[in-house]
Design a protein around this ligand. Sequence first.
Ligand code: DLL
Length: 432
Amino acid sequence: MPIWNEKYETMKRDELEQEQLERLQQTLSRVYRRVSHYQDLFNEIDFDPDAISALTDLKKIPYTTKDTLRLAYPYDMFAVPLREVVRMQSTSGTTGQPLIVGYSRNDIDHWTELTARVLYAGGVTKDDIINICFPYGLFTGGLGFHYGAEKIGASVIPSSEADIENQIIVMKDYRTTAITCAPTYAAQLCEVMHEKGITPAELSLSKGLFGAEPWSETFRNEMQDRLSISVTDNYGLTEIIGPGVSFECDQKNGLHISEDHFIPEIINPDTGEILGPGEKGELVLTTITKEAYPLVRYRTGDLTTLRYEDCGCGRCLVKMDKVFERVDDMIILNGQNMFPLQFEQILTEVIGTTPKYQIIIEKKDNLDELEIQVEVSGDFFFDEMKKLAQIEPAVAKEVKKRLDFIPKVTLVEPRTIKRHMKQIKVVDRRRD
Ligand code: DLL
C-alpha cells in the first residue's frame, strides 16, 4: 500500500529524533515568548527553553491539563495574534466548558497533510469518491478531512451528517467509494440499509475510515462484513489539531502517530510517572509544528500503549493501541471502579453483536444503582421473542459474575436511545 509522505512516514528513528528536537526547540521558545501560562511555568521551574539539547529535557516540564486550557478561555493559550489566525474550531463541551482552538495558515497546511496521510493509509486515492460524514462546523472532523481528501485529489462530497436516508441516496447515486465518519454513524447507516432492504452490492463502497470515538474489533468485523468494505481507525482531538494525530495502515494493528508533528509519551494517570513502551497509561502529546495553539505535554485523558516496532506497511512511526477508555470514563459505583467497556464486552458476548446501549446511574436511598438499557434492533433477535427474554437475566448474571453486583437490565424499543454524533455510553444522574 503506498505511503503519502515517504520521507517522514518512513524516516529512521535517529533522523526523526533530530528533526523532533529542532522542532521542539522552536516550539518551546515560541510558547515561552508568546503564551503567558508557559512563560510563568518555565520561570517557576527555572527552565530555559533556549538551552534544551536533548528530547529528554522535555521531561522537566510539568504537564498541561484541560483545566489550564479552560482557564485560558477564549484566547490566552494562542501563540499568535488573532490577525494571523485563519480558522477557529471548538471542542463540543460535553465534558465541560468548550475550548476554542486557533490555526495559522501553516497550521492548516500541516493539518491538511496529516489528514491526507490518514486517508491515504486507509486506501483513499484520487480515484475515490468520498463522503465526509462528519459535521462541518466547529467540530474538527468535517473540514479537517475535507482538506486532506481534496489534497489527495479524491472527489469530495461534503455530505456532512446528513439524514441517513439522504446519505444513502447520495452514496448510491454518486457511486461513493469511501466514507469517513464516526462508528456510531456507520452503525446507523447499516441499520437504515437493513430496514430499507438495501444491500452493499447496490453501493460502490469499498472503504470506511472511522474515528472520533472508541470502537471494537468485533464492530470492525461486523461493519466490514455487513457493508463489504475495509475499515480502518483514526484518532485525534481538537486541542491537539483534530483528526490526523494517528491512523491505522493496512495492517490494522495499531495507529501510527505522526511523530514529525507530535511527540507522544505515556504516563501513569494517578502518579504522573512516565511509563515505558508496551505499558498502558494516559497518552500525553506535545505539538512540535503548531503555531497558533501549541501545547506542551498535554494530558489527553485517553488510555493506550505505545509500540516501537517494525510495521509490515513500511512506516517507521510509533504505533499506539486503539483507544477504548478515557481516564475520566471510570464509573465509581458504591466505591467500586469499573469501565463502560466491561459492560460492552459482556453485552457483545451474550448477544453475539455489539448492541446500542446506555448505562444509567442513579442514587436511590443513598445507594448507587446502575441500569443497562439495551436497544433491540432489527439486527439481533428481533423476531425471536424467546431469545430476547433470555438476554436480560443472562447479562445480569454475567455482570454479577465479573463485577460482583446485579444491575438492572432493560431492553428498549429501537431508536429509544438518543442519537448523538458520538455515542453517550454513560448517563450519570447522581448529581442531577
Ligand atoms: O473527535 C477529532 C476527530 C474527528 C478524530 C474525526 C477522528 C475523526 P474531539 O471531539 O475533541 O475530537 O474528541 C477527542 O475523542 O480525546 C478521544 O477520547 C476520542 N477519540 C477520538 N478519536 C478516537 C478513536 C475528535 N479513533 C476525543 N478511538 C479523544 C477512540 C477516539 N477514541
